[in-house]
Write a protein that binds this ligand. Structure first.
Ligand code: ADP
Ligand code: ADP
Ligand code: ZN
Length: 226
């Protein structure tokens, strides 16, 4: 039987739960998470001139230019190690119509049609609490929250035991305001774009993490091997 490959996009404002759900899909379905936010954070800590420019843009809450992020994604898609898995989760990409068109072209050339663009709908008021309580494991990428998803043991990652728990420089109220503006101006039109292609699935991102995960699972084809 042919292997089912399911490539999906997770759409939603900063703090909607994209990274949290992507991480679960990796664990539970063997999918591969492609987060442009994570790639850009890696670039900024590399100490290169590009990294320095990217850091400035990110800390202000603006979007990095399309050619940089499209280049990062194209590089990952061309990586032969990425072949043969259960599918890509595009997390935080695309964020503009130009990025959406570029992704469509890249996937079409690879003969991989997109299965769904899943929108996690969350009200703005909740997002301030979401991002101000967010921290992640620097070792395994698990996403936590001071109130809604604390670690079982303070200061220690449940998943891998690491004590390298990090907060992001841009997770403050000022930067969030700017990021939300960018979201509504440049990214939210993508919901119409994917709706027109028959790919949009809108889910309630305010539900508890397990319920959101179940709703995503219900929207996808059965996992490989199930
Ligand atoms: P969040 O999880 O809060 O939505 P991300 O980690 O996805 O944030 O992104 C952090 C920052 O990285 C963004 O505010 C933006 O500056 C930059 N960034 C990430 N992805 C993209 C993208 N696809 N296009 C442009 N900028 C991006
Ligand atoms: P995004 O990648 O969309 O910016 P994250 O997955 O990083 O969002 O989630 C933002 C914060 O909200 C994290 O601290 C995470 O633990 C928490 N969170 C994610 N989903 C939920 C949820 N459904 N209910 C409550 N808190 C959540
Ligand atoms: Zn960890």
């Amino acid at each position: 039987m042919a292997r089912t490959v399911t490539d999906i996009i997770l759409l939603g404002p900063p703090g909607a739960g994209k990274g949290t759900q992507a991480h679960r899909l990796v664990e539970e379905r063997g999918m591969v998470q492609l987060s442009t936010g994570d790639m850009l954070r890696a670039a900024r800590s590399s100490g290169t001139e590009m990294g320095r420019r990217v850091a400035e843009v990110m800390d202000k809450g603006h979007l990095v230019t399309d050619d940089i992020v499209i280049g990062l994604i194209a590089e990952k898609l061309a990586d032969p190690d990425a072949a043969g898995h259960a599918g890509f989760i595009f997390d935080g990409f695309p964020r503009t119509l130009a990025q959406a068109d570029a992704l469509g072209d890249l996937l079409e050339r690879m003969g991989r049609p997109l299965a769904a663009a899943i929108e996690l709908a969350v009200e703005d008021e909740v997002l301030v609490d979401r991002v101000s309580g967010r921290f992640t494991c620097g070792n395994c990428g698990e996403v936590y929250h001071d109130v809604t998803r604390p670690t079982r043991k303070p200061g220690v990652c449940d998943a891998c035991g690491s004590t390298d728990l990090r907060r992001r420089a841009d997770d403050n109220a000022d930067s969030l305001r700017q990021r939300l503006m960018e979201y509504y101006k440049k990214t939210s039109p993508l919901t119409g774009y994917y709706h027109a292609k028959g790919l949009l699935v809108r889910l309630d991102g305010l539900a508890p993490i397990d319920r959101v995960a179940a709703a995503i699972a219900a929207a996808l084809p059965a996992p490989v091997g199930a």
